[in-house]
Design a protein around this ligand. Sequence first.
Ligand code: ATP
Ligand code: MG
Length: 369
Amino acid sequence: MVLKTPLVCCVKSLKLYNFRNYLNSELNCDGHSVVIVGNNGVGKTNILEAISLLSKGKGIRSANANEMCNSGTNINWVVHYDFFDGNNLNSIGIASKQDRKLININGKIQSNYSLLNELSNVIWFAPQMDYILLKGPGTRLKFFDRIVSTFKEKYALYFIKYRRAKSERSKLLKENILDDGWLTGLEDIMAGCGTHISLMRFSVLQVLQETINQDLSGFLPKANLQLTTQLPKEKGFDKIVSHYKNCLRQSRKKDSLCNHVSFGVHNDNFQISHQQKQLASNLCSTGEQKLLLLSTVMASVRARYTSPILLLDDVMSYLDKQYRGAILEEILDVGCQTWISDVNDQNFLGHKESFEFFTVRDNQIINYS
Ligand SMILES: Nc1ncnc2c1ncn2[C@@H]1O[C@H](COP(=O)(O)OP(=O)(O)OP(=O)(O)O)[C@@H](O)[C@H]1O
Ligand SMILES: [Mg+2]
């Protein structure tokens, strides 16, 4: 049994004002891992969503800032965190202003997310991710890309540049604007950024697979990760870029006819299979698929040098008693601050000393550890 100890990189307290169903509520956990228990609709995921805003993007629900305003008051929301970054305690405020988020760190308003990203990193697993493995390659690649972006600082930047150039090239081809200089310029960006994206994806894939094979708890099913790509492998950066440019140039006509970019890293295929059973994930049961995804997420947490905050929303559903225990053992062994929501605190029997327990009553968060 792991006793409660303050953990590296953690939220020590959280205050919510006009955020979702919370008009004014707070939670003090002193950096321990947290379990939020309560009936459906009481506001458990809303708390996890507030924590997820510490990472770049729209958070665990992919919601816009104005959707998070309490519908009764409709005034701007504020979330305040006492956040320990491993060295210092920081006072972080995130507030909505129309559809934007304002960030204040230790009294200074930030013009972007860069300082917040340096301080915090949040990884999550939410119910809408349970069925990723049954969906198309785009959804699976998105899941993997989110993991890659938590390892590689510049990944998101290359990704945005790539997507912009790709969409501009498609527009030119669609409108039959066959300006060679313009198209070549865009293809150069796509080839350069695409090659960076590909190399980063493969390097993270390797780290994840090594972590799954060597470090992951033997009680969780192990995933075999596979990424297939149209790009040539085992060549130098420049050679891949020049091959990429050539392929794009040669496919201009085809792409304009089929209205699709036929070559590139957006066509990569990320797949997961069950190592022990040697079974493709789509043939695995619902619970097994969830466990394969979870073990990939847990490997991404383990493999990181600085421990992220882990959010597991309603993670126990579909899992039997043995696997519920295995997930908890894995979480405690990894040692990062973890926030779990659940409808049933019996799922944590035997681990009660390792978490702070909260419930929600009348839109107030109550500690009942
Ligand atoms: N903008 C908002 N303003 C006020 N209340 C909101 C807003 N958005 C969501 N809610 C309330 O939050 C509730 C949902 O909260 P949440 O999703 O956190 O519940 P939950 O405890 O996670 O439930 P479940 O166990 O079903 O997942 C809704 O019932 C809704 O009443
Ligand atoms: Mg929920």
